[in-house]
Write a protein of this length. Sequence first.
Length: 402
Amino acid sequence: MSNSLQGFDARAATFAADVEQAFWVNFWISIILFLSVVVPMIYFAWKYNANKVKNEDIENVTHNTALEIAWTLIPTAMLMVLFYFGYTSMQVLRTMPAESESIVVKVEGSKWKWRYEYPANASGHVHKIGGAFEKPKLDEKGKVLEKGSMGITALYVPVNTNVILEMTAPKNDVIHAFYVPAFRMKEDVVPGRTTKQWFNATEIGEYDVECAEYCGTDHSYMYSRIVVLPKAEYDAWFNSTEDTPKGNYTKTGDALLLRHGCTQCHAIETGEMKIGPSLKTRLSKEQVLDVIKNGQNKLGYDMGAMPGGLVAGADAEEIAAYVAGGMKGQQPASFSACSSCHGEDGKGMGGMAPDLIGYDAPLLSHVFKNGKEGMIGRMPAYPDMPEDEISAIAEYLEKNSK
Ligand SMILES: [Cu+2]
């Protein structure tokens, strides 16, 4: 078979052959039905063309018992065959192995990434991997230029072992579908519900995972990978605290932005506006004016709300241009209306109020914890973001925006 979709050349799970058999039975019965209806139809249309048939030759046939029995029994038999193969393969797919004899991995699908959480290992460590997938970059000859984010975004499993996936999506997310062509396996992942799917991989290797839900913009880029390892290699990793069996994943700011899917909504290198603002610059003049006018109470700073209408008119314009410009040059006198909370330097007085010119760690923590809804749109919350990753991202963004 051709390799148009990665994975169809492999049958890498125990039930792949069953599913494939059901597919081929359906396929050939459909071909037979199609030909047995369409070929006679074309022939009859030609043979009984109005020009060739005289009215007096037309006979009124009331019924034909043999024919009626045949066209009842043959389709019934065909349906029974379809039902048999559909039912038996579905039974294999839907009969979960015992949890005590399986590895149970929690899977979360969200816009636009897959995340995996393993059970605690002997030393109590819980592996949490997965994240937004960034394709490897290849040159024309197929040589790998950049590895992409595959190492950390993959789901690692041992060969010849039952794996049960307990899958869900966050309540405010959308439906996704976890699809592994090489396993002939697909299951919906639904917000606020848990769906289960199991598999037992029979061949060591790497297989694409795709989101097969095509109702939104980026499902088709929701790739991940299942890496099937020899048992010993899997166990060694599982019992370690290493991020992946291929070693620790670098926790540099730029790698983290990729992995958490920030770059799907934010440009980092350029000032381009995507779904969210570019993270190369902090606030635009329009954003500052909007907050001065309307106030804001979204980010959960201890100080609470920033009141609206502290300044207006030309003062507001001047302050907004000054803040958006990174507070360079002469400070407008009216900025005194802001400095009591944001500080003379606009950096938020050690986390009391938001840093207005940079992405410091307190600002990022507040944004990750509460999400951010403003004049541009809505940024989802990342409540589980670890401290060390927040500081790495802050450090990177601070440097990047200078
Ligand atoms: Cu999806």
